[in-house]
Write a protein that binds this ligand. Structure first.
Ligand SMILES: *Cc1c(COP(=O)(O)O)cnc(C)c1O
Length: 451
């Protein structure tokens, strides 16, 4: 029998994160402040602590993973690399399909890989409290778990509609000791302003970010944590790809193509960036980010400076964007509904080193159900995007007879998303048309950046 699961010993867990900035053909473009000039570290220090900012701006190739972080990682890492042989058989493909199972973390996704070091580094900087926002609750639950591990208080601004519709993610956060507020609240200027305009404001991710950032900026003992997009978050996620490289080398296999779902870009970067150095050294490996057709940031967005949030509160970043006030349709993969993308992923896409494809919603659930029936694990709706792209490629291999090695990141499980599976199984799930007019309109409102 072929190896189905490649397991690493605890002692084989990476000791360093990989920083792709060291190997990029061009240095990353700096974030800009409202005056169009690069933002100063002092400005950033209002919301992020020193050790986090140091990683955010680092160009060092290898950054040590602190021992206390490795100890918490060891609760579920190294994660298994699995061969999806039963899926291969169901598809009748000569391709070999492997996946990294990031659903085995306490919160059920890859997000604790960054939540844990963020909590630890803030603790080391003497920070007592953190704030963050969460939409569907994946990031909020991950940071709740992580701050609990290091004895930091956490306040979460949870988008009000999700707060009411996803009570179990909220219970998870509360179980791990976090305070969860339905955003908009009357505790911040941003929240009070929104409530004054409309007492029934359902909230939005952009507004929740504004509330969490405003609170962190106003208190010396409090910093803000972000779950994707920024360089340090992508850095932390590289444990995924670094482990996978060791696992592949143990079985003498190397992937031809790597797939991951792409919202803000953190799990894609985590799985793919460690392979990028090999690509620069001449290896023929393709890295494919998979996004929804209804929120097609890389495949249809503009490469331009834009805000990270809806209200224009954050610095401007050079990235692929659909416009900071573009409202994507309410697809069930909440983690992929972001108007922008990581500046690092964006720049590497612009330079042709990574690729992107977009897939429609109903087909992603069909892929997720096919995966669950073959391999057992029920994937998160976000992960279903990568699985769709992998199945499509495996079916192409069936036509051409190519025995390609396909590798994808299973970014999380779908146990909290069964209401979405219900709708799929009942035939009630719909595809949204590519929202061309809304994107076009939002792109006209991109901030003007002084040349
Ligand atoms: C948040 C999330 C994503 C998307 O975020 P990235 O930063 O692009 O990785 C994908 N999958 C799962 C399970 C998530 O929770």
């Amino acid at each position: 029998m072929a190896a189905q699961r490649v397991i690493l010993e605890a002692s084989e867990m990476p000791t360093h994160w990989y920083n792709v900035v060291a190997d990029m053909p061009n240095p990353p473009a700096p974030p800009l402040g409202p005056d169009g000039k690069p933002v100063s570290p002092e400005m950033m220090m209002q919301i992020f602590s020193g050790p986090i900012l140091e990683q955010e701006m680092s160009a060092e190739r290898w950054i040590p993973i602190p021992e206390p972080v490795r100890e918490i990682y060891a609760l579920w890492r190294p994660t298994p690399l699995c061969r999806a042989e039963r899926l291969e058989q169901a598809l009748g493909t000569p391709a070999k399909i492997y996946y990294k199972n990031e659903s085995v973390s306490p919160a059920g996704s890859h997000k604790p890989n960054s939540a844990v070091p963020q909590a630890y580094l803030n603790k080391m900087a003497g920070i007592k409290r953190m704030t963050t926002e969460t939409g569907a609750g994946q990031w909020g639950s991950s940071l709740s778990f992580a701050t609990q591990m290091f004895g930091i208080e956490l306040r979460i601004y949870m988008v009000k509609v999700s707060y009411n519709q996803k009570p179990f993610r909220r219970s998870m956060m509360q179980t791990w000791g976090a305070e969860v507020l339905a955003s908009p609240t009357d505790m911040t200027n941003a929240g009070r302003k929104a409530l004054a305009a409309d007492p029934n404001n359902p909230g939005s991710l952009g507004l929740a970010i504004s509330e969490a950032v405003e609170e962190a900026a106003g208190r010396a003992d409090t910093k803000y944590g972000l779950g994707s997009v920024l360089n340090h978050v992508l850095l932390h996620q590289t444990v995924i790809g670094l482990e996978a490289k060791k696992q592949f080398s143990k079985i003498g296999v190397y992937p031809d193509m790597i797939f991951a779902p792409c919202g803000g870009g953190s799990n894609f970067a985590g799985a793919a960036f460690p392979f990028l150095a090999d690509k620069a050294a001449g290896k023929n490996v393709r890295l494919v980010a998979v996004e929804p057709t209804s929120c097609p940031t890389l495949t249809k967005g503009h490469y331009a400076y834009d805000f990270g949030d809806e209200s224009g509160y954050t610095p401007m970043m050079l990235m692929y964007t659909l416009g900071h006030d573009f409202m994507p349709p309410s697809i069930h993969a909440g983690g992929l509904r972001y108007h922008g993308d990581s500046p690092l992923v964006s720049q590497l896409y612009k330079e042709g080193l990574v690729e992107a494809v977009a897939v429609p919603q109903v087909a992603t659930f069909a892929a997720g159900v096919q995966f669950a029936r073959a391999e057992g694990i029920i994937p998160a709706p976000e992960s279903n995007h990568a699985i769709r792209a992998v199945i499509d490629e495996a079916l192409r291999c069936k036509e051409t007879g190519e025995p390609k090695v396909l590798f994808f990141n299973l970014s999380g499980h779908g146990h909290f998303d069964m209401a979405s599976y219900d709708r799929y199984l009942a035939g009630q799930l719909e595809d949204y048309a590519y929202p061309e007019a809304a994107i076009e309109a939002a792109l006209h409102r991109l901030p003007k950046v002084p040349a």
